[in-house]
Design a protein around this ligand. Structure first.
Ligand SMILES: CCC/C=C/C(=O)SCCNC(=O)CCNC(=O)[C@H](O)C(C)(C)COP(=O)([O-])OP(=O)([O-])OC[C@H]1O[C@@H](n2cnc3c(N)ncnc32)[C@H](O)[C@@H]1OP(=O)([O-])[O-]
Length: 719
């Protein structure tokens, strides 16, 4: 609702009330229309202030309404009537004004923001554009280049930046509403013509066509197939080149396409999924609202390789005191230098002081005796990890939480080495750990709800999107990656090239195709693991058994590449060729094509034409099938958890919602049918056999993704 009151004798105060963010739902919109009418018709009222309750101006349109028939007054006429008012209307912005909230403020004659408030037009992140005249008013107010930047990125800016851009008129340090009321009184009687933004001309831009061409080109390169950023540019272009009314019409047309698009549905799903995963639960019933963590003041990182360095930086930048331990002399010296550089660069970007003093370096494990939490990041070797956990258990004070950054290994085996296994959880960061947003928090059968709560809270403080998952090989992310990568290798055997596969995946929207990722992360990493698992045979093996391991199909292609010393970017040669070791510019390599032809000839394989569609179906449906198994096993609490992991950690295009949401969009019967088809053609690939949960969902009429959790309830959990 919107509450109306008369304050200071002559100011009509309209307070938006719709917790938690005062979104502009139908009731609020009715409330605004009624309140404005009251204020404008009351002769006692000389000016109007609009604010939001509980320190929050307005989070924008009510996103939950988008899938409904959206009754109630529309936003644009409401903002026009505010702008047309013959009494000054002032927006008092506390907390934030986002999307429709900022568009409401742009319909007002003046804007006053609290110094801690943020504003922005984040519609693009929801697959939309600011279609309540925001795309037309903002460029008129702050100029085309600045408006293009805000509208196409959706970034939230501070009150200080908003003031500098001329987006707000004044910044208040104390009571914003009081300041706005006084301000409203002070401008009574002044002409409002110059305050009605829709009357403005956009400030002229030299070479406007060139500017839009350049921006459009950049957006096409970076948007990975997302349509909303492109529509945003088109809408701002309309503002820059057309009269307001025509621009508004263009905005409406563009929005009509976006509003019902699958991309908008996917992005809005992601918005809510991100919030759903923060309400974690464990199969034993423990959950975010019943389990409390303990405050962490001092943390330790053990092992200063790539991951350990990033984790130490992320902790220090969040404000934690960190003891960074590395026992190997050379690694210790290199790490100190590297961490200092990372902190410096971070400080330069953020404008904050580099947090060097937050980190104490040591080569001695005794230095961590008084920390509250440890994150182990030593080499991915179970024997080594077990030894470290035994030592940690001896050295640390009782009650210290012991976390492992393992990306695949069984955390329960590590917990078994300690005196308090209930304090052991996984904290699986993604490289580079101080940049990547995802954190998988892994609980084992003995992890306490308190330990999970601590890891989840710590992740949140570090600005991570934390997802609680169960303990199995590879957890959620890496477990699903395996069948996807297997399919990519099998497709090479059957006639594809790395370029063909990567192009199909990149056109789908992945940041990088599977083979570019291999080259980036190093082919030798997986080779080492496979060797330890006894899968690698010299020369890839021979005869029929060369392509079978433990009874299932296996491709030795990755092993053969490693035998050639082709480890990827680091050696300047991998699935692609690079100008020099360390270079990132991947070029197709005729050597790889010959290598594949020789391989096929050796194994009697006849290359066939492989379509982009087959690449997507084989790679993605195999991955999705594993996702259903993960749900079946109770390793992830719901499809949202899987999707958020893939969007934030694995370069899955957000505008496609995540693998499980994508399956829901494609249609579960289609996914099932294609998997059945591929499974029949590949009986030696068990990961293509459709799993029970998928079959069950299809048999029960393929309910929408929001109902999958119900269907999962009756499925046996392995935890
Ligand atoms: C029509 C034409 C043009 C207009 C388009 C638009 O305006 S599009 C909109 C453009 N606006 C945006 O894109 C802004 C979207 N919102 C945000 O970015 C953030 O919520 C925030 C920065 C406002 C507050 O961050 P924070 O960390 O303090 O809080 P939090 O994020 O945890 O959210 C708390 C709860 O509020 C819920 N909820 C939030 N917003 C909306 C909403 N608009 N609607 C409905 N619900 C919303 C959220 O789901 C959560 O619910 P839960 O899980 O508790 O049941």
């Amino acid at each position: 609702m919107a509450q109306y009151s008369l304050v200071s004798g002559s100011v009509g105060l309209i307070t938006l009330k719709n917790p938690p963010v005062n979104a502009l739902g139908a009731v609020v919109r009715h409330g605004i229309v009624d309140s404005v009418e009251k204020a404008l018709s009351d002769p006692k009222v000389k000016s109007v202030v609009i604010c939001g309750q509980n320190g929050m101006f307005c989070g924008g349109a009510d996103i939950k309404e988008f899938g409904t028939d959206m009754k109630g007054p529309p936003l644009i006429p409401m903002f026009h009537s505010l702008e047309a008012a013959n009494k000054p209307v002032v927006a008092a912005i506390e907390g934030g004004a986002f999307g429709g909230g900022l568009e409401l403020a742009l319909g007002c004659h003046y804007r006053i923001a609290h110094s801690k408030a943020k504003v922005g037009l984040p519609e693009v992140t929801l697959g939309l554009l600011p279609a309540a005249a925001g795309s037309q008013r903002l460029p008129r107010l702050i100029g085309v280049p600045a408006a293009l930047n805000l509208i196409t990125t959706g970034r939230h800016i501070t009150a200080a930046e908003a003031l500098q851009l001329g987006l707000v008129d004044q910044v208040a340090d104390h009571n914003t509403v009081d300041t706005a009321v006084k301000f409203a009184q002070s401008v009574v009687g002044k002409s409002l013509d110059s305050r009605r933004i829709s009357n403005f001309q956009c400030p002229p831009v030299p070479n406007v066509d060139v500017l839009f061409e350049e921006v459009m080109q950049k957006i096409r390169q970076t948007s990975r197939g997302a349509i909303a950023p492109i529509a945003c540019v088109q809408a701002v272009r309309a503002a820059a080149t057309l009269p307001y009314k025509d621009g508004l019409q263009k905005e409406k047309e563009l929005m009509a396409t976006l509003f019902t698009s699958g991309q908008a549905r996917s992005l809005q799903y992601c918005f809510f999924a991100q919030r759903v995963v923060s309400r974690w639960s464990m199969p034993n019933g423990a959950s975010w609202d019943t389990s409390k963590g303990r405050p962490i003041h001092k943390a330790a990182v053990i092992g200063l390789g790539t991951m350990g360095r990033g984790i130490a930086v992320a902790l220090a930048q969040t404000g934690f005191s960190v003891v960074a331990v590395e026992t190997q002399e050379k690694q210790f010296m290199d790490a100190k230098k590297a961490v200092a550089g990372m902190l410096e660069r971070g400080a330069k970007r953020s404008g904050k002081v580099a947090a060097h003093d937050k980190i104490i370096y040591s080569q001695n494990l005794q230095a961590i005796a008084d920390v509250d939490l440890v994150i182990e990041a030593v080499f991915e070797d179970m024997a080594l990890k077990k030894r470290v956990f035994r030592q940690l258990s001896d050295v640390c004070k009782p009650g210290t939480f012991l976390c492992t950054n393992t990306s695949t290994l069984d955390i329960d085996q590590m917990a078994a080495e300690t005196r308090q296994p209930e304090l052991v959880v996984g904290m699986h960061f993604f490289a580079p750990a101080h940049v990547m947003k995802l954190l998988e928090v892994v609980y084992g059968p003995r992890s306490s709800p308190e330990a999970v709560a601590v890891a989840m809270q710590l992740g949140k403080k570090m600005g991570k999107v934390s997802v609680a998952v169960g303990n199995c090989r590879g957890f959620v992310g890496n477990r699903m990656l395996k069948p996807y990568r297997d399919q990519a290798y099998f497709l090479l055997e059957e006639g594809a090239t790395p370029e063909l596969i990567d192009q199909a995946l990149e056109e789908f929207g992945f940041a990088m195709g599977a083979f570019k990722v291999y080259d980036l992360s190093g082919l030798d990493v997986g080779w080492k693991v496979r060797k330890e698992e006894g899968l690698v045979l010299p020369g890839g093996g021979s005869g029929k058994s060369a392509r079978i391991r433990q009874g299932v199909r296996y491709s030795p292609l990755g092993d053969l590449m490693c035998e050639e010393g082709r480890f990827g970017q680091k050696t300047g040669r991998g699935w692609y060729q690079y100008d020099k070791p360390g270079s990132r510019d991947a070029k197709p390599d005729p050597w790889v094509h010959r290598f594949l032809e020789d391989y096929r000839a050796r194994h009697g394989l006849v290359a066939r034409r492989i379509s982009n569609q087959e690449v997507l179906e084989r790679c993605l449906y195999a991955m999705i099938n594993e996702g259903f198994r993960i749900l079946e096993d109770g390793i992830a609490a719901g499809p949202e958890d899987i999707d958020i992991i893939y969007v934030f950690g694995y370069g899955w295009p957000r505008h496609r919602g995540g693998p499980m949401f994508y399956a829901n969009m494609v249609g579960l019967p289609i996914v099932l049918e294609r998997l059945e088809h591929f499974a029949q053609a590949n009986p030696d690939v068990p990961t293509l056999q459709p799993c029970n949960l998928l079959r069950k969902l299809v048999a029960s009429g393929s309910p929408p993704i929001s109902k999958w959790r119900e269907a999962m309830k009756n499925v046996h959990s392995q935890l």
